[in-house]
Design a protein around this ligand. Sequence first.
Ligand code: SF4
Length: 959
Amino acid sequence: MTRPSESETLDRPIARSPEVADEIKTTTCYMCACRCGVRVHLKDGRIRYIDGNPAHPVNRGVICGKGAAGIMKQESPAKLAKPLLRTGPRGSNEFREIEWDEALALAADWLGEVRRTDPKRLAFFTGRDQSQALTGWWAEQFGTPNYAAHGGFCSVNMAAAGLYTIGGSFWEFGEADFERTKLFVMFGVAEDHGSNPIKLGLAKLKANGARFVSVNPVRTGYSAIADQWIGLRPGTDGLFIGALIGELLRADRVDFDFLARYTNAPWLVIDAPGTAEHGLFARDADGRPLLWDGQRNEAVDAHVAGSSPRLAGAVVLADGRRARPAFELLAERFLGPEYLPEAAATACGIAPEVIRSLAAEMARVAFEETITLDVPWTDWAGRRHDKMVGRPVSFHAMRGISAHSNGFHTCRTLHVLQMLLGAIDCPGGFRYKPPFPKPVPPPPRPGGRLGEVRAGEKLAGGPPLGFVQGPADLLVDADGTPLRIDKAYSWEAPIAAHGLMHHVIRNAWAADPYPIEVLFLFMANMSWNSAMNIGETLKMLTDRDPVSGDYKIPKIIYADAFASEMVAYADLVLPDTTYLERHDSISLLDRPISDPDGPADSIRRPVMPLDRDVRPFQTVLLDLGVRLGLPGLVKEDGSAVYPGGFPDYMVNHQRRPGIGMLAGWRGPEGDQHGVGAPNPKQLDAYIANGCFWHQKFPESARFFKHANRDYLEIAARMGYIASPDPVIMQIYSEPMQRLAAQGFGPVQPPDSERARIQRFFDPLPIWYAPLEGEALAGQDFPMAAITQRPMIMYHAWDSQNAWQRQILGENRLYLARSTADRLGIAEDDWIWVESHAGRIKGQVRLMEGCNPDTLWTWNAIGKRAGAWGLDPAAPEARRGVLLNHLISDLLPDGRRGNCDPVTGQAAWYDLKVRIRKCDAGEEAMSAPQYPDLKPLPHAKPRPGILSYGAWFRRRRENA
Ligand code: SF4
């Protein structure tokens, strides 16, 4: 090509600052779960580019690669375009397009028959959506207890353990004080579960010279910039943390003052083995817990300020009963031999010195490098403090430590470590984000107890999800049979705070504990990357009754925006919009975007017009509610309470008087925040403010929220908590005392569950080896297998996104180089990976930063050929792999769920495998391969290259 001469270049007008957009609309990103504020730059009605909103509290202008690639989500050939009714057998992908009237009438007909007869025959489960404040409320109005979102197979162990221990947790519940922390320890974090906010935080702590320690079997993502990487064996985090606690206790490096003031460490625990009160708190006549006042030498009300609590030593109460402070029991446990560094290190696959030195460092930073803010504050008892003193050690953790069968106790152990260091909601430590902290455990209790599910009525007893405080709250019948289809809140998973979505299909197929009529799923790819053991799941979705010939799961309604693998298994498909085409509310009633200094929420609003016959799922759900005549959705005359669909609901629905989906600009004049009557102009106010609302607490209310009078009064006023009482953290969890398993109390487990409850319920954290490995002991499955999430993708939605696919279009199986050498495996070799449940074939990549007993791969890259609008020969289908084919929803005994026995959380990361090199001549293609899915009726021919931007160039050139 001939270059233009200098004179030619100079003669040609150069547009030095071309106008790239004629309109900029703010909204909230949905390319991952962080909910950053974005600006969508539009030119001639099309998206030119997306960048971060500099004013937004979550990302302060930062955009990540995923967020910028939202354009290609909008351009995706996989977008559904019209309601679909199945015409061929399930799985054939044979549908006919139908009109919305027909689709909604049919759905209302199916659902109406269920509600009129027995509402629990509807199982309504949603995936990684952000509408749980609506969907949970809708299920309650429908009257079914069989509702949950995706938390049960994500990180419910993290959430439940936090809420049963400190009244909060990580991520939406709280975060490290990145501004001030001096030692930050991160456990098993996937980058999508804290993307821009964590990146900003890490940048800050690096700039401040703080130390960053990453504990993760694999050194990817954030671990790459860690000052220290501790590559534990998967599933041993709880033992590692317990050993740190043991070291702190042995060295007497514990914040006793924090424990005495803010936790139940001094509460007296009755010591009366073999009786109905053993292990419960000693209480006064009003039921208030007691502690031993060392100065008065008597038991006193633990809730009254000014006592001198004793943390150790057996005491005899006035009535002759013996009791010991909870702290002494805790110390006894973690000073045990199994938590000695030598013992723990062997199981964790690290050197004992790693434990000793990290414990010593934590103690040094917490107790010798304290941070003092000259900010006076007043505690709940009215005591004035002239400073805020903080212990600058902080933590963050997510699915890595929670998606194990021992995850609940592991997460609780981590929170106990935080308490021992006194590093909760203090400068430099972990900080709660409002509306947290909540009372421990929080209200409400789950609705749907015996007699609370009634034909044609709203669910009595409250919303379907809640927090069990004892056997009386379980959803079981008189003989212990579960009342929910997923068996949540039964003796099999008593503290199932988020439900057990991963058990729904098997239980519905097996009619265990009862058959259902309609399975209604939203955005949950349960036939592929959200399924445990895909092959089995597909059989259950397509299995028919041998006598009637009907499907064993009679009706499946599925709502999604894209042609995922699950669409093929639905009977009726309700197409959703993209996140750029609808309203959403990121609500304080759900999963808000608050930061530790104050509450925040936000909205999405349509920035692009619809170009196909799809509807926002939330509006569809409200429409169905009207057709079904659900309470709260229809007036007495049968007309809709929210005729304007979801935007109308966002503004006008009140959960309690004055409290609705959005906290900003309430009241008739729009000048009230938090609580106030609906404001018809509320959405305009959000849009004028960049689609978010954020309020900062006064400085005196920003730390020690669990005990800070200013904060507690604000929180009670805003409706976060019922009263301004302090939140008392629970090192000893009374609801976990398993007296029922020992035969005490009116609600008894079936004999088949007794030993299990006795083993896995304990008021103090315990550690046990992950259950799949225990069951396979002695068999040849020597390695662990886990997934990691790539920074550039979020779940399966992104592995169909043209830009993100260019970075990661296929996934390798990663091994430590030393392990590969030992097994005679080289870079790029193809290998078979086998578990007790199945086998997969994939290609190897070697690395240094991997625990030698661990194989890992990127999550949710592998696709079924023909799905997601991709070419059947796409690398995701032919070279991509999923560990899901290896993971069973059942333990190897085939009877118990492969999950945490406390919460029911799916134990994705307990997987044990063996590997072998493929034989020479085996095809270089991933396995298993399922038959290609046919294109959907409306599918346009796939472009060979999905180009973007040519339209703008052509328009420019033609201008
Ligand atoms: S971090 Fe997540 S929410 Fe934020 S811009 Fe990236 S994809 Fe969007």
